[in-house]
Write a protein that binds this ligand. Structure first.
Ligand code: ATP
Length: 511
């Protein structure tokens, strides 16, 4: 898919009530989005598909819904207060904000490119006798550039390691780094920018600073004991939850790919220490199967192993999807060891352990987590399913070929004309089917126009009522993907629609 098609996805999402810019009438709020009437339905259906596949299909996984506000110590223990940071600097002229380390790295890259140019020149000059290693070690220009690179990297590393932000700014000034937009060197001081949003909570002894959670996982860790004991859970078992997370992303772009307020669907699976790698492999496969089960082109998915692991992880893999801007993470599967529960045990002073009757011992369980962004999954589905097709007569139609069970509406009920008792029959069908399916009712415009509108929001089945329907109790059903039309009895509608759109069937093919 090209950039143009991606623009089409964004404009289609707006035009058909899926995603709007947040606070749009006030010119929007950067990287914040609202879901419209169709978007919320699709989002809810994705969440349901995830929830049922986790909680309903697995006897040893239960769900919770923990609060967004948590005790400030949670984020101390988890490492987010001290470690969830980026060093930021602003240019006073362009008012643009940058990551200080990235500005310096980009500067270093110029010297790397200089060296590469010298090497190319050298290769030309010396031909077959060119010895690259020797050239790099002895050429004065290369050596000068390399020394500069080593100096800058050394300075940056020691400034970063010691948290010396003045030194970081000093380095930017010393290197004469300019803002790519304004071209000026008019920089603010460097500040450590924590990605967590904070606010105040009143308490009897004054105000205290609390955070909006940057991930839902910690709500699960702090409830581990509650759930394990009240649910009489035995290892291995999982706790699932969906909910909002907040990150003050500086470089927020690519539509709903990177938002400041987004929703996660996470499952923490608690296991015996030593078995975590088997479970890691298990969930890695299970989760990819969940994506593929939606009928999305398998070639657009791949695993991406983390080469550099977070301090708490002993294995991590991303499930990536090929967006128009390249393969990007949609979901992460992480083996988090006993890091989080261990930290909470230490910071809370409460014993967080599992008594294993088989081993006859107490220990802190290990955790394998699956973490997927609901909004990113929404973008996967929109990107994958939006198509423009040529139809008979040289016309084009825009179809959102969503997995039928996830579509905002499962069927549309369309009386051919707005008179002669057709609307009444249509409403009776609507009132009957609405108990089982999300139904859309519409009488306005030509039937062709109405079909196109349903195609554009992904409705898999349209039901048309005509004059014949009044006499023989049959209607026409028209399928979104094939545009095939069939005459069927009204009393067969429920089963027919169900066979086309059932979430149940989707879950069945998963298990
Ligand atoms: P990235 O490297 O893209 O910033 P991450 O590694 O920080 O992502 P995790 O902390 O592993 O992401 O979060 C799990 C999932 O939450 C991601 O796979 C992604 O789908 C989603 N997610 C994370 N940050 C955002 C965001 N700012 N907007 C939308 N979804 C997000």
């Amino acid at each position: 898919m090209s950039e143009d098609q991606f623009k089409h996805v964004i404009s289609h999402a707006k035009e058909y009530g899926f995603v709007f810019q947040g606070s749009e009438i006030y010119d929007g709020l950067a990287a914040v989005y609202d879901y419209g009437q169709n978007g919320v339905a699709l989002k809810n259906n994705i969440r349901t598909y995830w929830w049922k596949s986790m909680v309903q299909l697995n006897e040893n996984i239960v769900g919770i819904d923990s609060a967004i506000f948590m005790h400030p110590k949670v984020w101390k223990a988890s490492g987010h207060v001290d470690g969830f940071n980026d060093p930021m600097i602003d240019n006073k002229d362009s008012k643009k904000r940058y990551r200080a380390d990235v500005l310096i790295e980009e500067h270093v890259e110029k010297y790397v490119q200089k060296i590469e140019k010298e090497v190319v020149k050298g290769r030309k000059r010396f031909g077959d006798s060119f010895d690259e290693a020797q050239f790099r070690a002895t050429n004065p220009n290369v050596q000068r550039s390399q020394q500069t690179i080593d100096y800058i990297n050394g300075e940056m590393k020691s400034a970063m390691d010691s948290g010396d932000l003045d030194r970081l700014k000093g380095l930017i000034e010393e290197l004469n780094i300019v803002c790519p937009i304004s071209g000026s060197r008019n920089w603010t001081d460097v500040r450590q920018f924590n990605l967590m949003y904070s606010t105040q909570m009143s308490a009897t002894d004054g105000e205290s600073q609390i955070y909006l959670r940057p991930e839902t996982a910690q709500g699960i860790f702090v409830n581990y004991l509650n759930v394990q004991k009240t649910g009489r859970m035995r290892l291995p078992f999982g706790i699932a939850q969906t909910g909002k997370a907040f990150r003050n992303e500086i470089v927020a772009r690519q539509f709903i790919m990177r938002m400041k307020e987004f929703e996660q669907m996470e499952m923490q699976f608690f296991v015996q220490p030593g078995t975590e790698m088997d479970w890691f492999e298990y969930w890695k496969e299970k989760r990819l199967a969940w994506h593929k089960n939606l009928g999305i082109d398998a070639a657009k998915y791949r695993y991406h192993d983390h080469i550099k692991l977070a301090h708490y992880a002993n294995a991590a893999v991303d499930i990536e999807f090929e967006f128009p801007f390249g393969f990007k993470e949609v979901e992460g599967i992480h083996s988090r060891t006993d890091f989080d529960l261990g930290q909470h045990q230490e910071f809370s002073g409460k014993k967080i352990q599992y008594f294993d009757p088989e081993r006859n011992e107490n220990y802190v369980p290990y955790v394998v987590e699956t973490s997927i962004g609901l909004d990113r999954m929404f973008l996967v589905l929109l990107s994958d399913s939006l198509r423009t097709e040529q139809v008979e007569g040289g016309e084009e139609r825009t179809v959102l070929a969503l997995p039928p069970a996830l579509a905002p509406y499962q069927c549309a009920i369309l009386p051919l004309v707005k008179k002669d008792g057709l609307p009444e029959m249509g409403r009776a069908i609507f009132d009957d089917l609405k108990l089982d399916f999300a139904c859309y009712y519409e009488e306005k415009d030509s039937i062709g126009k109405r079909y196109r509108r349903q195609d554009a929001i992904g409705t898999p089945v349209c039901i048309t009522i005509d004059h014949e329907s009044l006499t023989d109790q049959t209607v026409t059903i028209r399928l979104r993907d094939t545009m095939e039309q069939r005459r069927v009895p009204v009393n067969a509608l429920r089963d027919l629609i169900n066979s086309e759109v059932s979430m149940n069937a989707l879950l069945r093919s998963l298990s």
